[in-house]
Design a protein around this ligand. Structure first.
Ligand code: IVH
Length: 673
């Protein structure tokens, strides 16, 4: 340490040098210091701050190593809704998008277009006040996300203090947090050494990384950030084109996607799309298309949004998902928590979308026969955004006669019980309620977010507890002790205490969460809530007659019979006794319906909605006075259908019941339709 300057002056100097070095390294990709030089200065600053607590500064580069863990991420509302993008899968769809824009404003016909690579990560909104980072919020449902400020501070190409000048006094900078593929590989190597499950893909790793309770874990993920939007909240931004906004962002110290380009017209964008379709996979990060935006900001204001969800002035020109062709070595059957059997393809390892895969889903056994997929076949595998890749077809031209058909086993591969196939269902089931294959999946489900929401009990941990013989039924979680956990790999005093506390806290989860957690067939989140609100307590549900269960609005005879039989099954009854003895599950607050814009309307939800989870959509409908029901009948007023909606949508169409998409539902909830 130099002796001729005051500690305060030296700290300020070190902070400036390190901030500059971070920017040079992460944003400009032009390092100014060697790693050793950087480390030495960093340690000097750390020592200085430790010796002089009065020099404390939340903006110090040393703070980027992470703040103390929190119990829960606070919710935060966005200053302005965070939008998503409409998709154009082909150049023709791109042309159609532009035509629609031109119809709304003729100036769009001659406007230049700004094109960026669409990074596949997690959207993030950063609030800056007078150029200083105040908070970072995830996208959430678009209106409200989670405050992840301490985590955001660990992302080294997010400036905590802007350079230059000219920013609005208060603004949100929006962009995409992402994980470079190389970081995923490095992180997974570290995780493997610690006995942790690998992260499935960069997008989930980024989204999950942002939402960590412990910022140190976020830092370990080495996330990065590209900025692409400024939302002024106070004061204005003097820019007239999107291209200028990107220039401004870069000047303030943000990383911007380096391949962005201004195109003079549609033909140029289409040519760029053709050129990028293959090239996109060669980028060091996952990207699934291009984002095309009308360049003049005046047009953004003029065109506005579709149903408050998608801007009309921008579109995502998406590329088909990455595919690979490899050998199908075998088909394994996994037992799910309801006993449903899920065939899993064992593949010759092949790179796909940046990771090497050796497993893929085959959905259900019927599909294997339908698509004539044989063991030994060359098969095409895709990863369409979801974590688990799927086998889509066999490359029959490459058969050499040694392939063999898949023979569905007659007995459960885990416990040997004869497999059953309920009438009218595609899936086959292991009917043994105590099948160990089923148990483990059930335990994992039990701890999940929408179920008992036990932080720290992920797949890997649950398997560890099962393997150690500590847990066989969900009730066993509630008698785990710190000492038992300490005897296991990977637990220290703090983590063991935290886990026991998290399990303890889950006792207060309401009856609806517990009913869903139990994994009763046909009882999803929505049905669980309907039943819980009618009966209030677990004891009342157990005592309910078949008739009483059937009388709950939205619960049909199949669901009622399933619940009624489940709670009476001796092994389940013992489990419920044990849970009750351990005070698991709180009474459900009963809610009156009948008021609000949707009063008296009966809704059925089906398929995957673009932004709302089913539970969220259900809760909002009920809050607006509507009723949720599990099956479509003539009494249904509306069916809200998302992607992959199946028989419920068909039934609605057959009965002439009105079908809504999420945007229309949101409008009704606002009372604007
Ligand atoms: S613009 C109004 N630009 O893609 C602004 N989005 O599918 C809407 N994304 O939510 C977004 N790169 O998380 C925009 N250059 C880019 C983008 C981008 C990635 C993400 C973003 C958005 C999602 C929509």
């Amino acid at each position: 340490m130099t002796s001729d300057v005051s500690p305060a002056a030296r700290a300020a100097e070190l902070r400036a040098i390190l901030a500059r070095a971070n920017h040079a390294y992460y944003t400009l990709a032009a390092p100014e210091l060697t790693d050793a030089e950087y480390d030495a200065l960093f340690r000097e600053l750390q020592a200085l701050e430790a010796a002089h607590p009065e020099l404390d500064d939340p903006e110090s580069p040393t703070r980027r190593v992470g703040a103390p863990p929190v119990d829960e991420l606070p919710k935060a509302r966005h200053g302005q809704r965070m939008l998503s993008l409409a998709n154009a899968m082909t150049n023709d769809e791109l042309a159609a998008w532009l035509e629609r824009a031109v119809r709304l404003d003729a100036r769009a016909a001659t406007a230049p277009l700004s094109v960026e690579v669409k990074i596949d990560g997690a959207a993030l909104a950063l609030t800056y006040a007078d150029g200083v980072l105040l908070r970072g919020v995830t996208r959430g449902d678009g209106s409200e996300g989670e405050d992840v400020t301490p985590n955001v501070r660990t992302i080294l190409d997010i400036p905590t203090r802007l350079r230059g000048a000219g920013w609005p006094a208060r603004m949100e900078v929006r962009g995409e947090a992402y994980m470079p593929r190389a970081a995923l590989i490095a992180v997974n190597r570290e995780r493997a050494a610690l006995g942790l499950d690998p992260l499935a893909n960069p997008r989930n790793a980024a989204a999950g990384g942002l939402r960590q309770l412990d910022a140190a874990e976020t830092r370990r993920r080495r996330l990065r950030f590209f900025a692409f939007q400024v939302v002024p909240l106070e004061g204005a931004l003097t820019a007239t084109t999107h291209g200028e906004v990107l220039e401004r962002l870069a000047a303030w110290g943000f990383s911007i996607e380096p391949h962005h380009r201004r195109c003079a017209d549609l033909a140029e964008v289409q040519a760029m799309a053709d050129a990028w379709e293959e090239r996109i996979r060669t980028l060091p990060y996952d990207a699934d298309g291009l984002v095309v935006k009308l360049d003049p900001l005046a047009l953004h204001a003029e065109l506005g949004t579709t149903g408050d969800r998608e801007p009309k002035w921008a579109v995502a020109r998406k590329f088909p998902p990455p595919a690979a062709v490899t050998r199908l070595l075998d088909v394994q059957l996994n037992v799910g928590r309801t006993g449903a059997l899920a065939p899993r393809a064992l593949l010759a390892p092949v790179p796909l979308g940046g990771v090497v895969i050796s497993h893929a889903t085959l959905h259900n056994e019927a599909l294997i026969a339908q698509r004539d997929i044989r063991i030994g076949d060359w098969v095409e595998v895709i990863r369409a955004g979801e974590v688990i890749p799927k086998v889509v077809r066999s490359v029959t031209e490459r058969r050499d006669g040694r392939e063999r058909a898949y023979e569905p086993p007659a007995d459960c591969p885990v416990c040997g019980t004869p497999i059953v196939q309920p009438e009218g269902e595609v899936a086959r089931y292991c009917p043994n309620a105590t099948c160990p294959g089923r148990g483990q999946e059930g335990l994992i489900h039990f701890c999940g977010r929408s179920a008992m929401d036990i932080a720290g009990l992920g797949e890997e941990r649950v398997r560890q507890l099962v393997d150690a013989g500590l847990v066989t039924t969900p009730a066993d979680f509630y008698r785990l002790t710190v000492d038992e956990l300490l005897a296991l790999d990977g637990f220290a005093e703090q983590s063991a205490t935290q886990l026991v506390a998290a399990i303890d806290a889950s006792r207060a989860r309401p009856l609806s969460a517990l009913l869903f957690a139990l994994g009763i067939r046909h009882v999803g989140e929505v049905v669980a809530r309907l039943v819980a609100r009618r009966f209030g307590t677990l004891a009342a549900v157990r005592a309910a007659t078949l008739e009483q269960l059937e009388a709950v609005a939205g619960v049909g005879p199949t669901i009622a019979a399933s619940v009624h039989a489940w709670v009476r099954e001796p092994a389940h009854a013992r489990l419920l006794d044990a849970l009750a003895a351990r005070a698991v599950g709180a009474e459900e607050p009963r809610v009156a319906t009948g008021e609000g814009p949707l009063a008296g309307k009966a809704f059925v939800l089906t398929g995957t909605l673009p932004t709302l989870s089913r539970a969220e959509a259900g809760a909002r409908i009920e809050a607006a006075g509507g009723r949720i029901s599990g099956s479509v009948s003539r009494k249904t007023d509306f069916v809200v259908a998302g992607a992959d909606a199946g028989s419920k949508l068909e039934k609605a169409q057959a009965l002439g019941v009105a079908v809504l998409d999420e945007a229309a539902l949101l409008q009704m909830l606002d009372g604007s339709a």
